[in-house]
Ligand binder design. Structure first.
Ligand code: PMP
Length: 290
């Protein structure tokens, strides 16, 4: 039997992935004038699946679109997300909505441009890769919030790409952004936590994305949220990073340091695993059934 091609929701219809082409004059391709999200759906024990914290993700996307002058209808995006998940039959999936400025002008004013929305889904491998997380402090600074607000604006991610590229070249696999005062900001696509003497701290910084996983982990653990210095992070008993894609991932090595055990991080990772799959009755309000 031939596999049904993967489909993408695009401006109100379904198209086969790879069948549609954006024009070469697409504004977003030249200037990064788009807004995206990263969302996960998880198979639930009742045989169905559910999207984790969908309204929060789409609200963040709406804010980015508002800032950039892209019309965004949360209800339409919600329906599109659920429809494409059903269409593709993915129960464990990464969901990628993208709103962007299309064609109409090559100037910087976005008003004359046509605007588009797509939602793609990618099946996710639920098994851990087993690769060690090696976190290295970046020489790059995070986009300051005063220049680029911490939202998921496409162009802003060139900053993350630079940091990731440098980290890989140095033998790390993830980068940590630190500011000019030596305060920890975040990773390229995840927020940072530390554990010290049993206390859990969520790193707080105005240049960091207000992560939904970060908010989730604070709600689950009662972690304090405050500014953290780079040397404090190096001294921590454990460090873990959190994000929709990363989930809760303990850090094995950080700069010159390695961590023997990550008991607290692993426990939180397991709790998060149950919460996103609807196995914790207290938190099923965070799930949108597909
Ligand atoms: N920081 C950055 C820069 C990110 O791109 C992400 C991923 N969206 C996060 C943090 C984590 O955010 P969330 O938990 O909402 O996925």
């Amino acid at each position: 039997a031939r596999e049904t091609p993967q489909q993408i929701w695009f401006d109100g219809r379904f198209v086969d992935a790879g069948s549609d082409r954006a024009p070469l004059t697409t504004h977003a391709m030249h200037y990064g004038s788009g807004v995206f999200e990263g969302i996960r759906a998880y198979a639930t024990t009742d045989g169905g699946s559910a999207v984790f914290r969908l309204p929060e993700h789409l609200e963040r996307m709406r804010k980015g679109c508002e800032l950039l002058g892209i019309p965004f209808d949360v209800e339409e995006a919600t329906a599109a997300t659920l429809a494409v998940l059903r269409r593709n039959g993915h129960r464990d999936a990464y969901v990628r909505p993208l709103a962007w400025c299309g064609t109409g002008s090559i100037g910087l004013d976005v008003a004359p441009l046509d605007k588009h929305l797509m939602v793609a889904t990618f099946p996710t491998n639920v098994h851990l890769s087993g690769a060690k997380v090696k976190l290295g402090t970046s020489s790059w600074r995070r986009n300051p919030a005063t220049s680029l607000p911490p939202l998921k604006l496409c162009g802003a991610y060139v900053n993350s790409i630079l940091a990731k590229h440098e980290a890989k070249q140095r033998g790390f696999n993830e980068a940590l952004f630190v500011d000019d005062q030596g305060r920890v900001v975040e990773c390229t696509g995840a927020n940072v936590f530390m554990v010290r003497d049993g206390g859990i701290t969520a790193v707080e910084h105005r240049d960091a994305l207000a992560g939904i996983t970060r908010d989730t982990v604070i709600a689950l653990t009662g972690a304090e949220s405050r500014a953290v210095r780079h040397d404090e992070l190096l001294d921590a008993d454990e460090v873990f990073v959190v994000g929709t894609a990363a989930e809760v991932t303990p850090v094995d090595e950080f700069d010159d340091r390695s961590y023997a055990a990550n008991h607290v991080g692993q426990e939180i990772a397991q709790l998060y695993w149950r919460v996103v799959r609807g196995e914790e009755a207290r938190y099923t309000r965070w799930l949108t059934r597909v």
